[in-house]
Design a protein around this ligand. Sequence first.
Ligand code: NAP
Length: 246
Amino acid sequence: MEEKQVVLVTGGSRGIGKSIALKYAENGYNVIINYVSDKTDVKSLENEFKEKGVDILLVKADVSKSEEVEELVKKSIEKFGRIDVLVNNAGITRDTLLMRMKEEDFDKVIEINLKGTFLVTKAVTPYMMKKRNGRIINLSSVVGVTGNAGQSNYSASKAGIIGFTKSIAKELASRNIRANAVAPGFIDTDMTSVLSDDVKTNINAQIPMKRMGTADEIANVVYFLGSEESSYITGQVINIDGGMVM
Ligand code: NAP
């Protein structure tokens, strides 16, 4: 029997990351889910994935801390011996206007969203290089392209992810490792649930498709970018946003 391929999804315990992990599991991948909060219900996540007939490893690690990232990748390789697809999904917001933004609000968002993407990619890439095969998909955002009032820290982190993705795509293409980014628009998850109904109605009115996207709609594209169906696509940023940016 052929060995199953393996996907590592950072921040895979909820929201978009969980949908991505489930999509890969449904397509026969063994799954490594990284998370950070003590509130995570590890047992029920394990059961949910095992029901799909795949093996799962859950690893608590803060992606912004290099020692924890090293440990995450070490445990992953010990368990599965390979990582075929890396999805850098872990991310946070600390929204406020520039005049009110504290240095720590800026640093925290850059550290988790941008530096975390760097640290995990750096730790995983040697294993992909050895196999001369790998796919990396990074979660950017439409606001990394357009900017957004109240999100200078977050937009900077997501714009940084685009530059990072294009650079590693150029570095790694000759080793048969592809790197792409997705830029979701306004997606219904815990991250956006903090917005008031008024704000949501206003945002929806500005989206050509007049609705929020779902985590599954992001997962479908991330799965495509990790599959052979996208074998000649690298260094790209795909907007998934109901037409917000065009
Ligand atoms: P979410 O529901 O808030 O989930 C965030 C995930 O990231 C959780 O699994 C969380 O783990 C994990 N995480 C947070 N800090 C971490 C850290 N330091 N180390 C490891 N994991 C960490 O977010 P989401 O809406 O699904 O967003 C997922 C990604 O899509 C993010 O990169 C976000 O910026 C991007 N995105 C989202 C939207 C949107 O509208 N929702 C739009 C564009 C882009 P715990 O469960 O352990 O806390």
